[in-house]
Design a protein around this ligand. Structure first.
Ligand code: 13P
Ligand code: ZN
Length: 270
């Protein structure tokens, strides 16, 4: 067996989590990440039939039975992952009953997957049905994005319009707009189901006064979506008090959509 700490999916995940911490978005145990792995690739590093222990789940994941995920541990700090991946991360396989996570590697202190496992796995189910190349669900607490949810109208149309107006890149990167959930208690099946439902239409979902979810076919794509939203939110927070005079207009956004051939949310522009 090859050394799992040198597996490309492990190296890239650890780098990504370290980067998220360095950006100041994942204080303490804030944020969580799950990556759908390829069984054949994982088999080079692990015996995927060797289960360390069963971890019960409180929701139905039967649509992804047998799938294998690398998942951050609950209560674990992104800051620490690079120094001890096996303590802070785990690899789980979804059991035949759709209600058990079979631990194949990691959580060496007896830990468990993130408390947001319902949001992660239910979102994987949603996105795989839309896009078979989907792999990553990323949840983080980007400062300006959260600040924006504290002061801005939370309608999806209004918040998407503001994000699009702040920088040319926004409508190009997320032409479908962003979904928004009003404040809800986190770590529950309810917020997991609501997030997965939102991700049917958009690849980004803001959680008011909490953070953001982004999805993608790889870590770069999920991260790139989130950092583009966060940059727009930062521009908004930097300029809102001075009065925004030169935001991108609806006409200009339409021009951009034409130049880039974007399939954007038409009803979001006047
Ligand atoms: P976990 O430590 O359980 O992953 O929770 C962190 C978090 O961000 C909750 O939304
Ligand atoms: Zn969170």
């Amino acid at each position: 067996m090859k050394n799992i700490l040198e597996a490309p999916f492990m190296v890239e995940t650890v780098r990504t989590l370290t980067n998220l911490y360095r950006l100041g978005w994942d204080e303490r145990n804030g944020g969580n990440l799950s990556v759908l792995l390829d069984e054949e690739e994982v088999s080079q590093y692990l015996d995927t039939s060797c289960v360390i222990r069963d971890i019960p789940m409180t929701f139905d994941a039967s649509a992804i039975v047998g799938k294998i995920f690398l998942v951050t541990g609950t209560g674990k700090y992104f800051k620490n992952v690079q120094y001890d991946p096996a303590h802070n991360l785990g690899i789980i396989k979804i059991g035949e009953d759709g209600r058990t996570a079979k631990l194949l590697w990691g959580y060496t202190d007896g830990g468990r997957p993130t408390s947001e496992l319902p949001a992660h796995l239910l979102s994987h189910i949603t996105r795989l049905a839309i896009d078979p190349s989907h792999r990553v669900v990323m949840h983080t607490h980007p400062t300006n994005t959260i600040a924006m949810t504290l002061i801005h109208d939370l309608s999806e149309r209004a918040i998407t319009r503001t994000l699009w107006q702040m920088q040319t890149e926004s409508i190009v990167v997320f032409p479908e707009g962003v979904a928004v959930l009003p404040w809800m208690a986190c770590g529950t099946n309810e917020i997991g189901e609501a997030t997965a439902e939102k991700l049917k239409k958009e690849r980004i979902c803001l959680w008011a006064a909490h953070g953001i979810y982004g999805v993608g076919k790889d870590l770069d794509e999920a991260f790139g979506l989130i950092e583009t939203v966060e940059k727009a939110a930062q521009l908004y927070m930097l300029s809102v008090n001075a009065g925004i005079k030169n935001g991108i207009t609806d006409e200009q956004l339409k021009e951009l959509a034409g130049v880039f051939g974007l399939d954007y949310r038409k009803e979001y522009l006047d």
